[in-house]
Structures are given as structure tokens and as C-alpha cells.
Design a protein around this ligand. Sequence first.
Ligand SMILES: [Zn+2]
Length: 98
Amino acid sequence: MDQSERGAPERNKLRGAIAEMEVRVRGLSAKGETESEALRVELLEASWQALMALIQLEPEPTRRECPHCHGRIRQNATRCLYCFGKSAPTGAETASAA
Ligand SMILES: [Zn+2]
């Protein structure tokens, strides 16, 4: 219900992590840095890990082939995103028709 309110602090954390990531990426190519390259890479990796932890990216959904155009579409898709052709989702879980 109050998703937008609850999401706000997380989003600010995400912004912070992205900003830090930007600084690290820029730091990699910066000349005359006092930090060693190895340390800069290490810091970049740490920032990346923090960013990934915040995003909590789901694993890519398994895909199936569209029977009409053979495009790669999501396993649970009922409509192809390339040709808009309808097809029944494969797999065990069948979504209730809405
Ligand atoms: Zn298709």
C-alpha cells in the first residue's frame, strides 16, 4: 500500500551507491592519483558489490521460443514481444487468467 514511502530510503541508498560507483569508475582513469591502481580496482569492486546488494537483481527468467517468429520470449509470457503472437506459457506454473 505505502510502497512509495517505504521505497524512498532504499532509493536514496541506491542513489548513493551509484554516485560512489561513478566516483570509483572515474578514479580508475584519473591521472596522478595517490592511490595505487590495485587499491582503486579493489574500491571499485567493493562499490560494485554494494550496488548489486542494493539492487538484488533477480536471476534472468528462463526463456522459450515464440512458436510464430522463434524470438526468445519469457517462459511465462502469453504474448510475444516481437510479433505479438499469442501462445500458451510453458512450464509447471500456470498463471490464472485475469
Ligand atoms: Zn513471436
